[in-house]
Design a protein around this ligand. Structure first.
Ligand SMILES: Cc1cc2nc3c(=O)[nH]c(=O)nc-3n(C[C@H](O)[C@H](O)[C@H](O)COP(=O)(O)OP(=O)(O)OC[C@H]3O[C@@H](n4cnc5c(N)ncnc54)[C@H](O)[C@@H]3O)c2cc1C
Length: 342
């Protein structure tokens, strides 16, 4: 890795919104660098893969309303399956037999990594404009510096606002608007049971109890593996109450609540350690109109995209990333057109 990198567009975040923006910009021939703080793609679409076991512990299902989104997922057609909708909504929902994270991997694979690198474990901490040539200079926690003619930010809004604040954009009206967006906390508890808990409805049980938002039997859902893993998403109030409690206490609470639904005879698989993931930003409480926001400072653009725009969820994140990239391409005044790396 060069300590300093110059590109046309730097994207912060390799979740669905960032990967969607990357896909369009690379298709249009731009040099794009994506910086991701974690070790893989997907963000809040998270699947664990270990020794033949695949488990979804973030998002569990998705919609496919837009033709562009369906096209982007065409390579996944053999592993997409339809599932019942939460709360009897008329909208069709889908899941993947290979784990939800493959949605992100499919988008990531749509452009060759050597042409559009994604740098993992590289958290962006701030950025500033440089005078000549006019560019954004991004600073990463690792000490890496990236220079880009334009910037797309896709982290959840509180993290995006923290970046804007650290980059002297705190007084921008857009930052003020984004500051109002708060997120639901969600504790995801993964437990292997001696038997399957849910045999029907593709393994989905929605709002069966005030302490759960959803319960997802990963084997009935069609994911491969030997153990009967179940993902419990605790409700917002339960997640708040148990947020800082030790893992074992959260697991014990979850099993006690699960017994009220599935009966006292259920038991966790001996010798298989449960897992807990604390999602501090699961889904936004507020939805913002439009598909993205743009801030221009010293003739340089920062686009903001993600699932807080429009309806929320995976498909909105895809649309938001695409539209932010499109806005950048359409913007005749954009610094991208004058400083583009050739
Ligand atoms: C428990 C849970 C259940 C859900 N269930 C569903 C569901 O069933 N269906 C549905 O449609 N949606 C669901 N969602 C919501 C869905 O996962 C999100 O709407 C969608 O994945 C958001 O994508 P995104 O790209 O906007 O954001 P993210 O996926 O959050 O991507 C942002 C990325 O930015 C990275 N990042 C953050 N800060 C930095 C930084 N400073 N530097 C570098 N990288 C950074 C993060 O690591 C992350 O990878 C669920 C979410 C959770 C947590």
């Amino acid at each position: 890795m060069n300590p300093i990198e110059v590109c046309d567009v730097a994207i912060v975040g390799a979740g669905i919104a960032g990967l969607s923006a990357r896909r369009l910009l690379v298709q249009q021939g731009l040099r794009v660098l994506t910086l991701e703080k974690s070790r893989g793609v997907g963000g809040r679409i998270a699947s664990r893969r270990a020794r033949g076991e695949i488990l979804d512990f973030g998002a569990q299902c998705f919609t496919q309303n837009q033709p562009r989104w369906r096209d982007a997922l065409s390579a996944l057609a053999p592993v997409i399956q339809s599932v019942p909708s939460p709360n009897n909504s008329s909208e069709s929902r889908y899941t993947l037999k290979t784990g939800m994270r493959d949605l992100a991997q499919c988008l990531a694979d749509s452009c060759a990594i050597e042409h559009a690198p994604i740098e993992f474990e590289n958290r962006v901490i701030r950025f500033e404009s440089t005078p000549e040539p006019r560019r954004w200079k991004l600073e990463c926690e690792s000490g890496r510096e990236v220079y880009a003619s334009a910037l797309i930010l896709t982290p959840p809004m509180p993290q995006t606002v923290a970046l804007l604040d650290a980059s002297e954009l705190s007084s921008s009206p857009v930052t003020q608007e984004l500051r109002s967006v708060t997120y639901r906390i969600c504790l995801a508890v993964l437990i292997a049971f001696e038997r399957r808990l849910i045999e029907s409805h593709s393994g989905f049980a929605f709002t069966p109890n005030e302490n759960f938002d959803g319960i997802y039997d990963q084997r009935t859902k069609g994911l491969p593996g030997r153990q009967n893993w179940v993902t419990f998403h605790l409700s917002e109030s339960a997640s708040q109450a148990w947020l800082d409690r030790p893992e074992q206490e959260v697991v014990d609470f979850t099993i006690a609540e699960a017994k009220k639904i599935f009966g006292n005879s259920i038991a966790s698989e001996p010798g298989v350690a449960p897992a807990l993931h604390r999602w501090r930003y699961s889904e936004p409480h507020q939805r913002l109109p439009g598909t993205h926001r743009m801030i221009v400072k010293n003739d340089l653009s920062v686009l903001i995209a993600g699932d807080t725009f429009q309806d929320g969820g995976i498909e909105s994140a895809f649309r938001s990333g695409h539209q932010a990239a499109n806005a950048l391409l359409q913007d005749q005044n954009s610094s991208l057109n004058s400083t583009r790396v050739r």
